[in-house]
Design a protein around this ligand. Structure first.
Ligand SMILES: [Zn+2]
Length: 301
């Protein structure tokens, strides 16, 4: 499942490849990908003659801005875009083809068929499903440690499901939640209301750093990636804990553990991310001091 960094990489790539191109024809061969309007024939007809101006992103959704229309696209599990010459053979699982007036085509391929497309009048997309319920963008200026704490700090739920919930912070999925919690030294099952101010600051910093690093890695790999088949999509960034169960923690050397939290595979280092009991932050300088000393000790080993 692509998360914010992968979608951001697709966005940038699409922006360089299709901005300025005008749609001559659209062909939908799997109508249920098209969620809005109801009739995929209507979708095909509406787009003809429109020019793609630029591609933006909201959470894990692409916003393809045309002159007079906005196409919202979610890749879900396996959705991929590729740019081809019109004569090139159409690969299996290609469900939507946008043919441009210059003889090239943007093709949408989706083996799992879970992807979605919604078409709106400009601006309308932000006040209607699926974008209207999305939370704060973690790479925006509005996302601060204080904003994160204000959003989640009073909740008694565990950190992992809260961070996966797109209504609070949008764009994080299973991979980058595990990575950010590791970087912050926080157990995924800590309850949000047990975190102290310094821990919110660490978590905020870890989320931004994890995503920014992955976006940068994706950005630097765009060129070689697109050269392959003109296809853009997923690639694995270097990860510290996700998918690395039973391997050594890059920070302390302890074995990384895989467990299940709210039904999701969850990777962590029990030494770097100890599970502490929920406690009200009523007192105390000494507890805080002990905690940070312990943290420093384990991280430094
Ligand atoms: Zn560790």
């Amino acid at each position: 499942m692509p998360e914010l960094p992968e979608v951001e990489t697709v966005r940038r790539t699409l922006n360089t490849l299709v901005a300025g191109r005008t749609i001559a024809r659209v062909q939908v061969t799997l109508p249920r990908i098209i969620q809005r309007p109801d009739d995929s024939r209507h979708f095909e007809a509406m787009l003809v003659g429109h020019t793609i101006e630029r591609v933006e992103r909201r959470g894990k959704f692409l916003r393809i801005l045309l002159d007079g229309l906005t196409l919202v696209s979610h890749l879900r599990m396996e959705g991929r875009y590729g740019v081809y010459e019109a004569g090139e053979a159409v690969e299996p699982h290609t469900h939507v083809v946008f043919a441009f007036t210059d003889g090239t085509e943007l093709r949408y391929k989706d083996v799992r068929q879970f992807g979605t497309m919604h078409l709106f009048l400009p601006g309308e997309e932000l006040t209607a499903p699926p974008l209207n319920k999305l939370g704060i963008e973690p790479l925006s200026e509005a996302f601060t440690a204080e904003a994160l704490r204000a959003l989640l700090g009073r909740r008694s739920s565990r950190l992992k499901p809260l961070l996966l919930n797109q209504a609070y912070v949008t764009g994080l999925g299973n991979i980058y939640v595990d990575e950010a919690l590791f970087l912050a030294g926080l157990h995924p099952e800590r309850t949000a209301d047990s975190l102290r101010k310094a821990e919110w600051e660490r978590l905020h910093e870890a989320i931004v750093a994890t995503l920014a690093r992955a976006v940068e890695a994706g950005g630097s790999s765009i060129k070689s990636y697109v050269n392959g088949q003109g296809e853009m999509g997923m690639f694995q960034h270097s990860l510290a804990v996700y998918g690395r169960q039973q391997q050594a923690c890059p920070s302390c050397g302890e074995s990384i553990v895989k467990t299940v939290v709210v039904g999701r595979g969850t990777h962590l280092c029990l030494r770097c991310q100890p599970l502490k009991r929920s406690r009200k932050p009523s007192r105390t300088a000494s507890a805080g001091g002990r905690r940070s000393a312990k943290k420093t000790g384990s991280a430094g080993e």
